[in-house]
Structure formats: structure tokens, C-alpha cells
Design a binder for this molecule. Sequence first.
Ligand SMILES: Nc1nc2c(ncn2[C@@H]2O[C@H](COP(=O)(O)OP(=O)(O)OP(=O)(O)O)[C@@H](O)[C@H]2O)c(=O)[nH]1
Ligand SMILES: [Mg+2]
Length: 299
Amino acid sequence: MGSWFNSLRKTRERFSGALKGLFSSPGPDEATAEELADLLIMADVPMRLVQTLSKELERSASRKEPLLTTFQRVLVDALGQNPPLDWAALPSPGVVLLVGINGSGKTTTAAKLARMALLAGRRPLLGAADTFRAAGSHQLKLWADKIGCESVIGATGGDAAAVAYDAIDAALARRCDVVFVDTAGRMHTKEPLMRELQKVRAAMDKRLPGAPHHTWVVLDAMLGQNAVVQARQFHEMTPLTGAIVTKLDGSSKAGFLFAIRQELNLPILYAGLGESADDLAPFDAAAFVNALLDLDESK
Ligand SMILES: Nc1nc2c(ncn2[C@@H]2O[C@H](COP(=O)(O)OP(=O)(O)OP(=O)(O)O)[C@@H](O)[C@H]2O)c(=O)[nH]1
Ligand SMILES: [Mg+2]
């Protein structure tokens, strides 16, 4: 699996020079602190958090807390609690709906989650409610065969809500523990497509009252602040219970995750650290912050 440290290289490189200057100086040097604030904003760390950091850094001298410790503490606190899925707490079957814009990584993530479920000793089912493109469903079927799990694949041009219904139906019949339903990519600005999600949810609830038990937005980390805008819009149309961030390994704007947690109050459940089936890690706030701050990843 890709490591947090390597995955955050691009974001870290944006401000590691300023960080070194700040932490090597005997006390907070105002010019370096300002430079760092600018660089953090460029990495899409929300302004409010940068202001909190600046204030805390000023106070750290009187508290005799090392600057680096202040930095770590404030950033880890800002990310809050992000507990990944508790398999044991899921109803049977637990149903998870994955949503997001085109190309954000939904299909790959659905497969990675199913793989994680298998490793946890569960029986997952992948539901391909991406009926928009033939390639979309085909891609999920290939993943299901590769990792060795059950699947229900919708016909191209078919009704996404019907596939979601059938996926739950099949999971009940085949005694699966968890269903991950992949959906077509949709622009957060296209209202009819966003409404389709409500139909999908209603169909799920019809087959299994209470489903979906989780709705996660899959966000492409390369988009930085734009991913926050998307998540907000999805959240308005279909209540989200968490976020998954993909392509952290290619992003230089991973600071947007602080906004997902602080502004939208969504837990960040998993992070994609590469393209293979095992490259999905439960989100680890301490490892994320250490990797941002250029600290040894074993710390
Ligand atoms: N490096 C890297 N690539 C990823 C990650 N997650 C997904 N990808 C790649 O991103 C591309 C798009 O992924 P998909 O899973 O097809 O995205 P999608 O959201 O299903 O796309 P649509 O169905 O077209 O909306 C693929 O080439 C994936 O291999 C990740 O965490 N890291
Ligand atoms: Mg897809």
C-alpha cells in the first residue's frame, strides 16, 4: 500500500521550506509565520484554521510548547474523530451508497471497500448502479471477479434505482453482509442527475427499510477546494454520512480535508493512497498531519 508520507509529498512540498524556517528559528519569526500562512492557504487549508494556527503559534512561546507540537496538536484536533466503518455494528446486510462527480474514484473505491470487507471476514456484494456508461458497469464486474465477490450489474441505459433495489434483493437472497452500490458520476451542478440519487435512495429503502445505512461522497483530492464545493452540494441533495478521499497520492492540495471536517462536519473515513485494490486506508489524522509536517512517518 502507498504510505501516508509518500502520498502527501506534493502537498508537503508546497510548504516544507517555510516549515523548516519556522521550526528552526528560536521563537516564532513573524515573516516566516506569514509566509507559512500563505502557503497553507495555497494548499487549500481553510482560512479560519490558518488564523487559529497563527494565534496558537503566538501563544506557544508563553506556554513553552514547542512550535511543532502546537502545529501538530491544532491540525490533528481540527480533523476530529474519523472512525471507519464498524463491520460489527452494521445491520445485515448493511448498505452503503457511493456518490460523487465523474472520475472521482467511486468504482475503484467500491472495489477497494469490498476487498476490505472480505479481509474482515464479511461477504460483500458490489452493485453497479452506474447504468450511464457500459464501461462503468463492466469495470465494476471486472473488479468483482478479480477480488472474488458477489455482484449485481445493471444494464446500460437501465434504471439506476432498479439496480440498487436488485442489489439489495440479491444480497438478502445470497446472505451477503454488506452491499456497496456504485453510482454514475454526476456533476454536482446538474439538478436532474442529483435528483436521480433521491430515486435510488427511495428504491433502496423500499426493499430494505432504513437503507442506505451510509451515503459516502467520494472526492478527488487533486481538486482541492473544489471538492469541498462538490461535497456541500451533494450533502444538500442527499444527506451524507461521510467522505472518502481518493488520489491523495497525486494531490498538492490535501489541505481541503480540514474544510470537509470543519465546515461540513463530515467524517473522513478512508483515503485512497494508490490505484490497486489494497490501496485504501482508514483515515489516520495523526499520520496525515505528520506527513504534512515532514515528520518521520514512524512517529
Ligand atoms: N492514484 C490514484 N488513482 C486513483 C485512486 N482512486 C481512483 N483512482 C484512479 O482514478 C481513475 C478514475 O477512477 P474510477 O474509479 O473509474 O472513478 P469513477 O468515480 O468511478 O468514475 P466515473 O464512473 O466515470 O464517474 C482510475 O484511473 C483509477 O485508477 C487513488 O486513490 N489513487
Ligand atoms: Mg465509475
